[in-house]
Ligand binder design. Sequence first.
Ligand SMILES: Cc1ncc(COP(=O)(O)O)c(C=O)c1O
Length: 409
Amino acid sequence: MKRSVEDLAIFGGTRTFAEDKHVGRPNLGDRAAFHKKIDEIFDRVWLTNDGPVVRELEARIANITGARHALAVCNATVGLELVAHGLELSGEVVLPAWTFVATAHAMRWVGLTPVFSDVERSTHHLSAELAARRITPRTTAILATHLWGEPCDVDALTALAKKHRLKLIFDAAHAFGVGVGQRPIGTFGDAEVFSFHGTKFVNSFEGGAITTNDDELARRLRLMRNFGFAGFDLVLHLGTNAKMHEASAAMALVNMDAMGVFMTANRVNLETYQQALADVPGVRLRRPSGNGQRNFQYVVAEVDEALTGVSRDDILAVLQAEGVIARRYFYPGAHRMEPYVSEEQPSLPMTEEIAAQVLILPTGTAMSPVDICLVTDLIRFVVAHGPAIAAARGSGAAAHMPPLRLPRS
Ligand SMILES: Cc1ncc(COP(=O)(O)O)c(C=O)c1O
């Protein structure tokens, strides 16, 4: 418990947590079940190349999402690249600036031009209305992200893509296990791409999956994932190595068995944060909206400095010094990262406002309610002593953002 500003670790006091509390600390399923699967892999001496564990995982993902085809891949970034190739995209792809930079990088990596759109302030999502403003004659696809495990407006985006005859891809890296009403994410657009990276609520160490209801796309993706091979010596397509291996698939299966436990832990954590922060002025937690299943895998706070009297970055610095490794995902916005920031970019006011306010707090199975109360006590303390902390840190200035090269008007 901090009694004075001098007690804060950032000013030399004792840290609240001896061991750092990270955003995205891996959730781990049953260790013995994983070891058993690894033993079986050793017995079979079949490590990769469309092995039985990968096939079992693909069947499980198809079952959970309701998609006709599920392909396990080495990670979501390569999955997005594969989909862009598989759909034979060219020219420009409209995507949100408020997303992890991999969404844009994957398009750029395969020679496409990411065209950044602003996002809706309230949802953090690319909307059809905003996406429509960025469509040009060179646009061939829209790539929207289901951010924070919440679905974006799939119906409006589907209608927009149809109207302009564009392909529609969803970056579903955060959205495994999520649904829109009764319909699971994984069945929208031409394809959806999930991530099972170690930080995701269901992980396969590294990994991802593509789901699609398009038989021809699935056929091509399967070829492309394995260098284009259709037989021992038969190469039918340009390809790469995007395969998931058996140990990753085993990890994913074991973690999927515990998915309900992970979701419940995340939901309880979010409720604990919400209750504890309800009366802290200027610190607002995003609440999952709409109906359908949510995985609650991110606790997303927004800090309004006009109300807290202390900046988001001061709160972040205090928390990190105490061992709470909160994050500013996805600051400063993909359009303000290289290589895009060195090119002409529009000013995207909503993205920039969100980037200046967002604070992601640790959740998952590694966080207990007691841990969360310690974190929220710290936030409450910082807000209560905002001016003194800002003065002691010599801050108060707005967060630095890389300058934009704006188009000439
Ligand atoms: C929105 C988003 N898209 C794509 C990715 C890339 O996923 P991966 O690490 O599996 O390549 C991530 C995170 O890692 C992400 O958060």
